[in-house]
Design a protein around this ligand. Structure first.
Ligand SMILES: N[C@@H](Cc1ccccc1)C(=O)O
Length: 395
């Protein structure tokens, strides 16, 4: 196993995590203040890193090409497999819906500033979906090539944005107290989704092989990197805008415009807008390709033009429908994604580890690697998952 592969896997995990959800962080945590929102971020990061380690514990006794579907079936039976597949489908649909709504807002914004067109909000969503849908329809190879290029650009735009934004921070903004503690409830699900990446764990295991030590390091570092970047992004955005200014903007494009208007730098506004566009495009490409492949294998359509068109329609029309009804539904859809993500990234890993530990102990098999904390931590993680779902239901 080369250092190169480890580095590649780290980037894969960090790259899936740092998506358009990051754009929602300052909007969703508006009114909470920097201190409270950072504390929530730390807790949710620890939760996600813990369950990623649980997945490593599960993968160690399975073939290196095992998918989530396979693991759920082996450890939890048909019912577990059904739950895993339904949660995955719901997660991918909700994320696509969020990305289309967010991307649509950005496209509309561009059309009005560049061409002076003022189109209904739905037009942007349709254009954005057609563009990304056409790329996904051309196949994995095409998505891979375009995604690599956009991904590299996204990282550059991110670094540039942070480098320009951080010097403008005014520390008094960062010390503001929460305006309303009740806002925590709306913030939790969105922050939780922004730390999600668990769908990529099987791909990393397949790529690296079942190397427990390396996998553990990758899960911890690959999720810690987004944590650092998110905290810097929060310092940047919450340090430039006051809590009440942040609270005024509940849509993506108005938040970006607001940031641009208080920052007296053309470059910085362009870097933020460029990063937002790239984050939306790469997230949507990655997630919709996942959904497309999932649908293609579930429906077993043939791989010809009519088969692919039908799969594309099933992949893109439902989330587009959502975005047409709720053009400002970016944050809302990210919140709903959290429900499915709790099932996939908390409940399933906990249930699978629980079963695996019990069967191995009962049969006196070697324990192998076990994540620290025992039953208590498994139950604590489950409780946190219930809190996230409850927060989404009541917000
Ligand atoms: N973390 C991603 C969302 C995501 C969740 C779960 C799996 C994959 C992606 C984002 O910020 O956009």
């Amino acid at each position: 196993m080369t250092q190169n592969k480890i580095f590649g896997s780290l980037l894969l995990i960090a790259g899936t995590t740092i998506g358009a959800g990051m754009l929602a962080l300052p909007i969703a945590s508006a009114g909470l203040g920097f201190g409270t929102s950072s504390a929530i971020m730390l807790i949710l990061w620890a939760l996600m890193a813990y369950t990623a380690l649980l997945m490593v514990e599960i993968h160690q006794f399975a073939p290196s090409d095992a998918s989530l579907n396979h693991l759920a079936q082996r450890l939890l039976g048909r019912k577990g497999q059904l739950i895993a597949n339904s949660a995955l489908m719901f997660l991918l649909y909700a994320l696509c819906a969020a990305y289309i709504a967010g991307g649509g807002e950005q496209v509309n914004q561009k059309l009005s500033t560049w061409l002076g067109l003022s189109l209904p909000p739905q037009a942007g969503a349709i254009l954005f979906t057609l563009l990304i849908g056409a790329i996904v329809g051309m196949g994995t190879h095409c998505v891979d090539l375009i995604n690599r290029g956009l991904f590299a650009l996204k990282l550059l735009a991110l670094l540039l944005m942070l480098a320009l934004l951080l010097p403008q921070v005014e520390s008094p903004h960062l010390l503001e107290l929460p305006l309303n503690q009740g806002l925590i409830i709306t913030a939790i699900p969105v922050i939780f989704t922004s730390f999600g990446f668990h769908g990529s764990i099987p791909s990393v295991v397949r790529y690296l092989g079942v190397e427990v030590k390396a996998l553990r390091r990758i899960m911890l570092l690959g999720s810690a990197l987004p944590l650092v970047i998110y905290l810097l992004w929060q310092v940047g955005s919450q340090g430039v805008l006051s809590q009440s200014q942040l609270l005024e903007n509940q849509s993506l494009s108005s938040f970006i415009n607001q940031l641009a208007s208080v920052l007296h730098s053309e470059y910085l506004s362009s870097a933020i807008s460029l990063f937002a566009d790239l984050a939306l495009a790469t997230s949507f490409l990655g997630v919709s390709l996942g959904l497309f492949d999932f649908m293609a294998s579930t429906l077993r359509r043939e791989d010809n033009f009519s088969g692919r068109s039908l799969t594309a329609a099933i992949t893109f029309l439902p989330p587009l429908g959502f975005a047409l009804f709720y053009p400002q539904g970016f944050i809302t859809a990210l919140g709903y994604a959290a429900i499915a993500l709790v099932i996939l990234a908390i409940f399933l890993p906990v249930a699978m580890v629980w079963t695996q530990r019990q069967t191995r102990d009962a049969a006196n098999m070697p324990t192998g690697y076990r994540v620290a904390g025992g039953k208590f931590t498994l139950m604590l993680a489950t409780l946190c998952g219930i809190v996230v779902i409850a927060a989404q239901m009541f917000s």
